[in-house]
Write a protein that binds this ligand. Structure first.
Ligand SMILES: C[S@@+](CC[C@H](N)C(=O)[O-])C[C@H]1O[C@@H](n2cnc3c(N)ncnc32)[C@H](O)[C@@H]1O
Ligand SMILES: [Zn+2]
Length: 394
C-alpha cells in the first residue's frame, strides 16, 4: 500500500516526523484527529513528554538496555521518541492495525534513521502483545495508548510485561471513569464511580484498582509509581511483579471511598465492602465509589528522580509545574476539596486559595495542593473544621 494522502512534516521532542496534513482535512471536519487517515493528536504531547521522562527514570533504575512496546502507535511519534530520547533503549516494537499507519511509521523510522532500534508491525494489538507474552520475549515497558479505554488490551499487556517491568496506560474515557456514565464504568471497570468534585482522582483510583484486580487474576502484582490526570485523559504507570503472594498483598490496596452529599464528608475503607454507612458528621446516608485503589498513587523516590531529570531535560514549564504539584501531593490525603465548590456549597464568596492554605497549616493540619484541580486542597482537616475556617473568614 502506498501513502495516498497529503503529508506534512512536524517536530516533537527530538524527532521529526510526517503526519497527515491536517489542514487539508480540517476544512471538511471539525475535529481533525479522529478523521485523519493516520492518527495524530498534538494535544497529547504532554502525555508523551511525561512518558519519555518516566521511561528514562525506569531505565536508569534498571541500569541495562531496555525493550519497549507500543501496540497502538498511530503515526509512531511515541515509540520513535522512546527510541531517540530515552538513553539505554535497545529495541522499540511499534504496532498499529491500520495499514496506512504502518506505512507512515516505516517512513518516519527512515526519516529519523532509527531502523536498527524500531521494529514495526501491522497487527491487532492483542495479537502482537500475546506474541511477545512468553518467557524471554516480554518487554521491559509496555505503553498502551488507545482510543478510549485500555480495558480491551489489559490482559495481553500485563502478560507481555516482564517481571519488574513497567506498564503505562492512557484512558480517554474520562466521562465513564468520572461517573457521567456509571453503567459503562461498572461494565468496563467493574467499579462504581461517583460524581463528586474530586472525581478526577476517583477516575485514576478506579483505573488502578481495575489493573490491580486484572493483574491478580494471573498472579501478578502491581505497584503504582506515577499517574496524572490532564486535559481529557488519565494516565497511570505501574510496575508489574510476578507471584501469587505478591498479588494477594497488592489486593490489600483496594477499598472504597464513601461520600456524604449532604455535608461533603468522606471516609476511606479498605476491603471488605462496608454496607450502609452513616455520616458521623451530619448523620446522612453516604454514597460510595469503588472498588478502587486507596493506597499511594505515586512512588516518592521515583517522582524525586523524575523531578531531577526534568530539570536536565527540557520538557517545558507546564510539565515541571504539574510534576512539582504531584511531588507536593504524594503524601496528601486521598480525595481533595475544591475551594470554589466548597464556598458555593456554603453560599459564601471564595477567599484566596493561599489564605485558606495558610490558615489550615496554622491550625496544625496537613495540607497540600493537588495537580487534579488548581483550586484543590488535600487536607486531614475534617469537613466541619474546614467549613468553620471558611465561615470565620467571611
Ligand atoms: C489514540 S491512537 C494512538 C496514538 C499514539 N499512541 C500516540 O501517542 O500518538 C490509537 C491507535 O490505535 C489503532 N488501533 C485501533 N484499534 C487497534 C487494534 N485493535 N490493534 C492495533 N491498533 C489499533 C488506531 O489505528 C490508532 O492509530
Ligand atoms: Zn454528612
Amino acid at each position: 500500500m502506498e501513502i495516498d494522502f497529503p503529508l506534512t512534516k512536524i517536530k516533537e521532542g527530538k524527532i521529526e516526523f510526517y503526519v497527515p496534513n491536517f489542514k487539508k482535512f480540517e476544512k471538511e471536519y471539525k475535529t481533525y484527529s479522529s478523521v485523519l487517515p493516520v492518527f495524530y493528536n498534538p494535544v497529547m504531547k504532554l502525555n508523551r513528554d511525561f512518558a519519555v521522562l518516566v521511561v528514562q527514570v525506569f531505565q536508569m533504575e534498571k541500569d541495562y538496555q531496555i525493550t519497549v512496546c507500543e501496540p497502538l502507535a498511530g503515526c509512531g511519534v511515541r515509540g520513535l521518541r522512546f527510541a531517540k530520547e530515552v538513553e539505554g533503549v535497545e529495541e522499540v516494537v511499534v504496532n498499529d492495525l491500520n495499514p496506512k499507519a504502518y506505512k507512515l511509521i516505516q517512513k518516519n523510522i527512515s526519516l529519523n534513521g532509527l531502523e536498527k532500534t524500531v521494529k514495526v508491525y501491522c497487527e491487532d494489538a492483542n495479537f502482537i502483545l500475546s506474541r511477545f507474552a512468553g518467557k524471554g520475549k516480554r518487554f521491559d515497558v509496555v505503553d498502551v495508548d488507545p482510543f478510549g479505554s485500555p480495558a480491551p488490551y489489559l490482559n495481553s499487556a500485563l502478560r507481555a510485561t516482564k517481571n519488574g517491568g513497567l506498564l503505562c496506560l492512557t484512558a480517554t474515557d474520562t466521562a465513564v471513569l468520572c461517573g457521567v456514565h456509571s453503567k459503562a464504568c461498572l461494565r468496563r471497570y467493574e467499579a462504581k464511580p461517583l460524581r463528586t468534585e474530586y472525581n478526577h482522582e476517583l477516575a485514576v483510583r478506579i483505573l488502578v484498582g481495575f489493573v490491580c484486580r486484572e493483574a491478580a487474576k494471573i498472579d501478578l502484582a502491581i505497584q503504582p509509581v506515577f499517574c496524572h490526570s490532564t486535559n481529557h485523559y488519565v494516565r497511570v504507570y505501574v510496575k508489574i511483579f510476578r507471584g501469587a503472594k505478591k498479588a494477594d498483598k497488592a489486593l490489600t490496596g483496594l477499598g472504597y471511598i464513601y461520600h456524604c452529599f449532604n455535608c461533603l464528608n468522606r471516609k476511606i475503607f479498605n476491603k471488605p465492602f462496608p454496607e450502609n454507612q452513616t455520616c458521623e458528621i451530619c448523620g446522612g446516608t453516604m454514597d460510595f465509589a469503588g472498588p478502587l485503589w486507596v493506597k499511594e498513587l505515586w512512588d516518592k523516590k521515583f517522582v524525586e528522580k523524575m523531578l531531577n531529570l526534568a530539570n536536565v531535560k527540557d520538557l517545558g514549564k507546564n510539565l515541571n509545574k504539574i510534576l512539582w504539584k504531584i511531588f507536593l501531593e504524594i503524601e496528601g490525603e486521598p480525595t481533595y476539596y475544591v475551594l470554589s465548590y466548597l464556598c458555593d456549597f456554603l453560599n459564601i464568596p471564595t477567599p484566596s486559595y493561599q489564605s485558606i492554605f495558610k490558615k489550615l497549616e496554622k491550625e496544625g493540619f496537613k495540607v497540600t495542593p493537588t495537580h487534579f484541580n488548581p483550586q484543590g486542597l488535600k487536607t486531614n482537616a475534617p469537613i466541619n473544621i474546614l467549613k468553620k475556617i471558611l465561615l470565620e473568614n467571611v
